[in-house]
Design a protein around this ligand. Structure first.
Ligand SMILES: Nc1nc2c(ncn2[C@@H]2O[C@H](COP(=O)(O)OP(=O)(O)O)[C@@H](O)[C@H]2O)c(=O)[nH]1
Ligand SMILES: [Mg+2]
Length: 279
């Protein structure tokens, strides 16, 4: 997760991804449902122009359900196959979706008397849940491990159904860190290593954002009574209410920072989506 994306790394990741994509029929792009813009990388578009593609808004359990529906609608209007998902739960519905995406290819091959197996791969920026999804799909595979002729232990392809194989490891997309707002939002949800940011600054900016946009949820969570609180004062009030003190009775600000960031990331403040679809 905590990778520095130097230009050299990025070029290498791109080459590797392009190579993997060339052997794939269906691309399963995973993004974070809380950040359907910032957790995607538009560079993927040019790499998969003529490929079947599915977009998964993952971690939907942490996102606002209404906004997820709006995002689904938005992407569907752009002729995309899209699906909000909680990868910790069930990926069973994803499997037929992947197969359907490549149905035409399978049928065309069948007409020529060939049994075509669809090959799919999961791609996305770090921390969106790619590995979790792959494991989940593996877990719901209809084919038993001991019953997979032709798929050897060393292969990078995993047979999911008689007609579908999944690449065992995900394709890595690099986050768009050159956009400062996107980078900050990725930091809010914990997709960028905290050391990159000053966490105090991050927590305070997040609190101000929440006070402005999700006031009730924030005030309830931290038993706040003054909605005019801002910045450092807001953080201090939270520490006070939680009884976060260091020896000598001073406020334990560090503990407050960790609590706010962890609780936001874990959805404890509410199911909050940070980006809305354009109208
Ligand atoms: N709440 C929630 N957490 C998820 C979901 N999918 C993955 N995660 C968590 O997100 C973190 C990153 O997941 P991982 O699969 O390693 O992401 P990757 O870097 O894209 O491979 C892990 O802590 C997962 O448990 C989901 O749908 N909901
Ligand atoms: Mg992973």
């Amino acid at each position: 997760m905590s990778i520095s994306w130097y230009p050299g790394h990025m070029a290498k990741a791109k080459r590797q991804l392009q190579d993997q994509l060339s052997r794939t029929d269906v691309v399963v792009e995973v993004c974070d449902a809380r950040l359907p813009t910032s957790s995607r990388n538009p560079d993927l578009d040019e790499m998969v122009m003529y490929k079947q593609r599915i977009l998964l808004l993952n971690k939907a359990d942490l996102a606002d359900p209404k906004t997820s529906l709006a995002w689904e609608k938005y992407f569907k209007q752009q002729d995309m196959t899209v699906f909000a998902l909680n990868s910790l739960r069930s990926a069973a519905r994803i499997i037929p979706l992947i197969e359907k995406s490549a149905q035409q290819k399978i049928e065309n091959a069948q007409k020529r008397g060939i049994k075509k197996t669809v090959r799919a791969m999961v791609v996305g920026v770090p921390n969106v849940g790619k590995s979790t999804l792959i494991n989940l799909i593996k877990g719901s595979s209809s084919i038993k491990t001991e019953d997979r002729p032709g798929v050897t232990r060393s292969t990078q392809w995993f047979k999911v159904t008689p007609y579908l194989e999944l690449m065992d490891s995900p394709g890595m997309l690099w986050p768009k860190l050159e956009d400062p707002l996107a980078a900050k939002r990725l930091a809010y949800i914990g997709s960028i290593r905290d050391q990159v940011y000053d966490t105090m600054h991050l927590a305070i900016e997040l609190l101000d954002y929440l006070m402005e946009n999700h006031q009730n949820a924030l005030m309830q969570r931290y038993k706040l009574v003054d909605e005019t609180l801002k910045g450092q004062e807001l953080l201090e009030a939270i520490c006070k209410n939680r009884g976060f003190l260091v020896r000598g009775g001073e406020l334990d600000i560090d503990r407050g920072i960790v609590a706010v960031l962890d609780e936001f990331r874990g959805g404890k403040i509410g199911r909050i989506t940070l980006e809305k679809p354009p109208l």
